[in-house]
Design a protein around this ligand. Structure first.
Ligand SMILES: *Cc1c(COP(=O)(O)O)cnc(C)c1O
Ligand SMILES: [Zn+2]
Length: 407
C-alpha cells in the first residue's frame, strides 16, 4: 500500500482527505500531497530492480500499485558533461539530467503518468490536459495504456510533430486559436463540467508529485550528495517547485542533508519571462505576458500558475532567475549537441544558455557541482533550428565528385 495521507493547503495549512480536490476551501490556495513517511526506508527504495520513477512508489500519491499506468518512464541518465563543461567556460563538475529520452520524449511523462494513474485509481472516466505541446503526448500515451479517453487543449500554433504524436496515441485534440492561457481557461471549465480528470488543472496536486522524481533520481545518481546548483527551465513553474519539494522530502527522511546550501536557478526565454522579470524587479508581482513570443514554445506560459512559488523557492535557495534570447537558445541547443551528443528542444537550449550567462557573469564557480535539467527532445521541434543548419544540395552518386567535396 502507498503512504499518501492527506492534501494540505500551501497557504493556510488546512488539511483535507486525499480526494478529488485541488484548491483550498478556506483560502483558494493550492493543495500539496502529504505522506505518512514513518516506515519508508532508503534501502527498500534503492534496492528495487525497477528502473523507472515508480521505484519511489511510497513517495508518490497512489494507494494501490495495481493502479499504476506504467510506460517505464524515468530513471533517465545523469550524464557527466566534461566536454560541455570545458567548452562553456571550464566547469569541472557539470552533469546533464537527460530527460529527453523518456517514452514520449519529455519529462512530462513523470507528472502525466502519476496523474493518469491517480485518475484511474479514483475512477475517472476520461482524462485530459491543457498543454504547451509535450504534456499532450505524455497524457495521451498514458491514457492509451490506461484505456481512458483523452482530451487535449492546446494552442493551434505548437510544433506539428507534437500534434501528430498526441493524435497518434488516439487523443481528441482541441486546437485553440489563442495562447496557452486561453487553452487552460477552456480546459478548466470543460474539465469540471464534463467530469474529465485534467491532469494539470483539477488533478494538479497529484500531477506535480511526478516531477518530484527529478529530484529523487538526481540525489540517488549523485550518491546522495546534494549538488551546489540546479538549472531548471520554467513554464508554469510546477516542475521547479516540485523538484524543491522532492529534495526537502529526502532531507526530512534523512536520506540527504545540506539541502539549504543548494542554489536554484530558474531559466526562461526572453519572449516569455514573467518570473525572471519579477525576480529582477525584486518583487512578487508576476505580471502576465499577454502574447508570448519565443521559439521555446513549451515554456510559453504567459500567466504561470506557480510563478509566485518559484519566486519563493528562489528566495529560499539563494536562487537566481535569468533569461535567454532565441539566438542564445539556438546556440545552447547546438553546443549541447556538439559536445555531449544530446539533442534537445528549445526548452533545453534555454537551460544551457542561462548556464552560460551565469558562468560569464561569475555567478557559478568552476569547481561547483552543477546539474542542468534537459527536459525535452530535439526531434520534437526541428523547425526551431532548421534555418541555422547547413543547407543540403543533392549531389550525383559519383565517387569523384563526392571525393572532391571532402578535404
Ligand atoms: C512543460 C515543460 C517545461 C516547464 O515545466 P513547468 O512545470 O510548466 O514549469 C520545461 N521543459 C519542457 C520540455 C516542457 O515540456
Ligand atoms: Zn488554504
Amino acid at each position: 500500500m502507498g503512504s499518501i495521507q492527506s492534501l494540505k493547503c500551501r497557504e493556510c495549512s488546512n488539511e483535507y482527505e486525499p480526494q478529488f480536490k485541488y484548491i483550498c476551501e478556506e483560502c483558494f490556495g493550492p493543495l500539496d500531497v502529504i505522506y505518512n513517511t514513518s516506515t519508508i526506508q532508503k534501502q527498500t527504495l534503492v534496492s528495487r530492480e525497477d528502473k523507472t520513477y515508480w521505484r519511489y512508489f511510497e513517495l508518490l500519491p497512489i494507494s494501490d500499485k495495481c493502479n499504476i499506468v506504467n510506460l517505464n518512464a524515468g530513471f533517465t541518465p545523469l550524464q557527466y558533461a566534461d566536454r560541455l563543461g570545458k567548452e562553456i567556460g571550464g566547469l569541472k563538475k557539470l552533469y546533464i539530467k537527460n530527460d529527453s529520452v523518456n517514452p514520449t520524449f519529455s519529462f512530462k511523462d513523470r507528472p502525466a503518468g502519476v496523474a493518469v494513474s491517480r485518475a484511474k485509481e479514483t475512477k475517472f472516466k476520461a482524462v485530459g490536459c491543457a498543454s504547451t505541446g509535450n504534456l499532450a503526448s505524455a497524457t495521451a500515451a498514458h491514457a492509451a495504456k490506461a484505456e481512458l479517453p483523452c482530451y487535449i487543449f492546446a494552442p493551434s500554433d505548437i510544433e506539428h510533430v507534437k500534434i501528430s504524436q498526441a493524435l497518434s496515441y488516439g487523443a481528441e485534440f482541441v486546437a485553440v486559436d489563442g495562447t496557452y492561457d486561453d487553452a487552460n481557461r477552456v480546459a478548466s471549465v470543460i474539465g469540471d463540467s464534463k467530469g474529465i480528470g485534467v491532469v494539470n488543472i483539477n488533478m494538479r496536486p497529484y500531477y506535480v508529485e511526478g516531477s518530484k522524481t527529478l529530484a529523487f533520481e538526481v540525489a540517488e545518481q549523485m550518491n546522495w550528495r546534494v549538488p551546489d546548483n540546479l538549472i531548471i527551465p520554467v513554464g508554469s513553474g510546477a516542475m521547479l517547485n516540485a523538484i524543491c519539494k522532492g529534495f526537502e522530502e529526502l532531507e526530512s527522511l534523512g536520506f540527504i542533508d545540506n539541502v539549504a546550501n543548494m542554489k536554484i536557478i530558474a531559466a526562461q526565454p526572453d519572449g516569455c519571462a514573467p518570473v525572471v522579470d519579477a525576480f529582477k524587479r525584486k518583487n512578487n508581482d508576476v505580471i502576465p505576458v499577454e502574447r508570448p513570443e519565443t521559439i521555446a514554445k513549451s515554456l510559453a506560459i504567459g500567466d504561470p500558475g506557480d510563478g509566485l512559488y518559484v519566486l519563493k523557492r528562489l528566495k529560499q535557495f539563494n536562487g537566481i532567475a535569468e533569461e535567454a534570447t532565441d539566438d542564445q537558445i539556438i546556440d545552447g541547443i547546438l553546443m549541447l549537441a556538439k559536445t555531449e551528443g544530446i539533442f534537445t528542444e528549445p526548452a533545453g537550449g534555454v537551460s544551457i544558455a542561462v548556464l552560460r550567462k551565469l558562468i560569464e557573469d561569475s555567478k557559478i564557480d568552476n569547481d561547483e557541482t552543477v546539474v542542468c535539467y534537459i527536459t525535452g527532445n530535439g526531434l520534437k521541434s526541428t523547425e526551431a533550428i532548421m534555418d541555422v543548419l547547413p543547407k543540403l544540395n543533392a549531389v550525383k552518386p559519383d565517387v569523384q565528385i563526392v571525393s572532391a567535396m571532402i578535404r
